[in-house]
Design a protein around this ligand. Structure first.
Ligand SMILES: Cc1cc2nc3c(=O)[nH]c(=O)nc-3n(C[C@H](O)[C@H](O)[C@H](O)COP(=O)(O)O)c2cc1C
Length: 259
């Protein structure tokens, strides 16, 4: 028997049941959207969980000193991080046996970006000979010689120093697919720089460890380190204690090694 449109009702005792169910579903979807936490909320530990770390073995890790100013604490911090990493990577299967090499951006002598080409448009398998400038070809070779990178950088005005952004911009395919970890320092650990840098490295198709390592250092600490020509014992002990630098570094290294 045919029924006219609007007359069909599968449950004559609860004529509005379908409408009530639909309304209930809409309410629950709305509530779940309201309580959902955005993943980018935590500055120092932004995670890019959609990326998986490559399982290939890493033979050489570049530890990058990113500040290029004449009076800088960056080399002392890079050295300290390298010393900690030397112990840590022995415990990480994917990194065991890897060499650690310091790369000082100051020594690269890169001018403000002066290549005519867009690096992403060059041949992916061998971009190096296609750069116009000798400094770019040299920098390309340095980056190609390493399988992973730890960037040790200060925070400058809530981001990374221009020297680092410039050095990253010079190349494209050389970075792609390689694991990277971020160590930042500033009066509150440089978490804003870490967040920016993780985003930039993700744009370069690097495989970025979600765990960043933020190191807090005051202006008076910096003056003392510069006077001493090394990190002061009080800074190192504070980072080791409340800062838990080794734990954070171990976690980042574990991600780099594919754990
Ligand atoms: C241009 C500039 C911007 C800075 N911006 C910040 C900042 O945003 N947050 C912060 O905590 N410190 C900031 N500082 C202080 C640095 O943390 C401090 O100078 C540190 O020593 C810089 O590292 P470097 O000596 O290795 O260059 C800034 C320093 C400079 C030179």
């Amino acid at each position: 028997m045919l029924q006219r449109f609007g007359e069909y009702n599968p449950n004559p005792h609860f004529p509005h049941l379908p409408l009530i169910l639909l309304f209930g579903i809409l309410i629950s979807v709305f509530v779940s959207l309201l309580v959902q936490q955005p993943t980018t909320q935590i500055i120092a530990t932004i995670r890019y969980d959609n990326l998986t770390m490559p399982a290939s073995s890493i033979r050489s890790i570049g530890v990058v000193t990113c500040s290029t100013r004449p009076t800088r604490v960056n080399p002392y911090i890079t050295q300290h991080i390298s010393e900690l990493l030397a112990d840590i990577i022995r415990e990480v299967p994917g990194l065991r046996g890897a060499a650690l090499e310091t790369i000082d951006l100051e020594a690269q002598g890169l001018p403000l970006y002066d290549e005519p080409a867009v690096p992403a448009g060059l041949p992916a398998d061998d971009p190096t000979p296609h750069y116009r400038a000798a400094h770019t070809r040299r920098w390309s070779a340095v980056v190609r010689a390493h399988d992973a990178f730890v960037f040790v950088t200060p925070q400058y005005n809530w981001s990374v120093p221009a020297s680092l952004k410039n050095a990253l911009d010079y190349l494209y395919h050389e970075w792609g697919g390689k694991p990277a970890a971020v160590v930042t320092y500033g009066s509150r650990g440089g978490g804003r720089a870490a967040a920016h840098l993780q985003q930039i490295l993700t744009g370069l198709k690097m495989v970025v460890a979600g765990t960043a390592v933020p190191l807090s250092i005051s202006m008076s600490d910096i003056d003392e380190c510069l006077a001493e020509g090394a990190l002061t014992r009080s800074v190192v002990e504070r980072w080791a204690g409340e800062g838990g630098v080794t734990e954070a570094l171990r976690s980042a290294a574990g991600e780099m090694g594919g754990q």
